[in-house]
Design a binder for this molecule. Structure first.
Ligand SMILES: [Fe+2]
Length: 320
């Protein structure tokens, strides 16, 4: 059976992509940002997912005001890079996982979440920047380390989906993944945010206090976040802070109780707050506990296994 082992929250600031593409990551301004993802890349190398589901929003690259799907699932075999502003990033074509994506579409739609199925779709910085932050820089002639299933969410044109709808979609995604028969290790990304507003009288707004409370609740009390109305995101986190509802899809796909293994927050990058978190489903680290429950391992043996698992995980340092 396929299983979701962890969720990753990450900003997808386009200027981060430009810094990577123009070899500016060692400049002091950018080093502050990129150094916060070094442990994350080590975690990703160790985790070695078979597939990543990446929840992001399109920025007028694949869609436009002519066509605004609320939830669009990428079921294609590959997704070419495209972008606004700086143009297509020099990154490899993203390979998809059509079999799992089609299975997810069937399961989630029959669960009454009406996804738009995309058999052809370009992907922009909303997806490729978090991929770089977690997988590292990948040469255009090379390839990303695992297939990706894009899930684009409309957070650009009113009305975006509610946080609660996103949270419940995460749960449906998890059910879909866990009903896929192949033994696949899956991670899920929620991207965007954190607080930022890019135009209008409040341009440049950043609310670090609200962002940190969001991250705390994401980790410990996601049900509270699912109740936040759009207007509160807009008021507290800025007009573009509404992107944060996408993190709730990721969170809904995880266990109710998770282990927060890493967090990073810095201000600013471009004109946004950069937030990042890694949450692991507990049963991954506590496989011994599951075996104990099934009677296959004694208590002392389970505790020993748990300690060994903790030692083997290099990302138990909680960065801020
Ligand atoms: Fe965005």
């Amino acid at each position: 059976m396929a299983r979701i082992v962890a969720g990753i929250g990450s900003s997808h600031v386009p200027a981060i992509g430009a810094a990577i593409d123009n070899n500016k990551t060692e400049e002091p301004y950018w080093k502050r940002v990129f150094s916060g993802f070094e442990k994350s890349q080590a975690w990703m190398r160790e985790t070695k997912p078979d597939v990543a589901i990446i929840v992001y929003n399109d920025h007028a690259s694949a869609f436009s005001v002519d066509l605004i799907p609320t939830f669009a699932l990428g079921c294609a075999a590959e997704f070419p890079p495209a972008d606004e502003g700086w143009g297509p990033r020099p990154v490899p074509v993203v390979k998809g996982h059509p079999a799992l994506a089609s299975h997810i579409a069937q399961s989630v739609i029959l669960d009454e979440f009406d996804l738009t199925i995309c058999n052809k779709m370009e992907v922009d910085h909303g997806m490729t920047v978090p991929m770089n932050l977690l997988f590292g820089k990948v040469d255009k002639s090379s390839h990303w380390p695992c297939p990706v299933i894009p899930l684009a969410v409309n957070v650009v044109m009113y009305p975006p989906p509610t946080g609660h709808r996103c949270y419940m979609l995460g749960k449906a995604l998890r059910k879909a993944v866990e009903s896929y028969p192949e033994n696949l290790k899956v991670v899920i990304f929620g991207t965007g945010g954190l607080s930022h507003q890019i135009s209008g009288p409040r341009a440049g707004l950043i609310n670090a206090k609200w962002d940190k409370a969001f991250l705390d609740n994401l980790s410990k009390a996601p049900q509270k976040l699912a109740k936040i109305p759009h207007v509160e995101y807009m008021r507290e986190a800025g007009a573009e802070g509404i992107e944060m509802v996408m993190w709730l899809i990721m969170r809904g796909a995880l266990d109710d109780k998770v282990d927060e293994v890493y967090r990073f927050y810095t201000v600013p990058a471009s004109n946004t707050a950069v937030g990042h978190i890694i949450l692991e489903n507990r049963r991954r680290a506590k496989g011994a506990a599951g075996r104990q429950a099934s009677g296959r391992k004694s208590k002392p043996a389970a505790a020993k296994h748990k300690r060994a698992a903790a030692r083997a995980t290099p990302t138990t340092v909680r960065g801020r």
